[in-house]
Design a protein around this ligand. Structure first.
Ligand code: 5GP
Length: 116
């Protein structure tokens, strides 16, 4: 899938659209979801990598995918979450609506069932 530079998360990265930022480093930005499905619902995205979907990834993306997961662990600690869930929707048929790869970090309530 071709990357659309005008997607919402791209605009959040470049500051065109404001976000409630919770974590940032050289490669990763994380901010609160505008429509939270749990008390803690944070989106974790790469800042430079132009990847639409997890399903588009290959061996070249191993490093950034690892960094996204490590960022999730750091953010969970910052948010004092003992338990949390990571969700990645890949493709419209799985519910993906923004085509800049992202992880949902969900926590702060009982997560017994799949919720997204
Ligand atoms: P997807 O359905 O693609 O896996 O997840 C996209 C997520 O982005 C949704 O949970 C949606 O609520 C969130 N979202 C969409 N637009 C914005 C926005 O402008 N700001 C923030 N913070 N979240 C957004």
């Amino acid at each position: 899938m071709d990357y659309d530079v005008d997607n919402i998360f791209s605009k959040i990265i470049n500051g065109e659209i404001p976000s409630n930022k919770v974590y940032e480093d050289d490669d990763i930005l994380a901010f609160r979801d505008v429509n939270p499905q749990a008390p803690v619902h944070i989106l974790i995205i790469p800042k430079k990598a132009k990847i639409c979907r997890l399903g588009d990834c290959d061996d070249n993306d191993i490093e950034i995918l690892g960094k996204m997961n490590v960022a999730a662990a750091k953010i969970a600690k910052l948010e004092r979450l003992e338990s949390f869930r990571i969700v990645v929707n890949s493709g419209a048929g799985a519910g993906q609506t923004v085509f800049h790869i992202h992880m949902h970090l969900l926590g702060g309530r009982e997560l017994g069932e799949a919720i997204i």
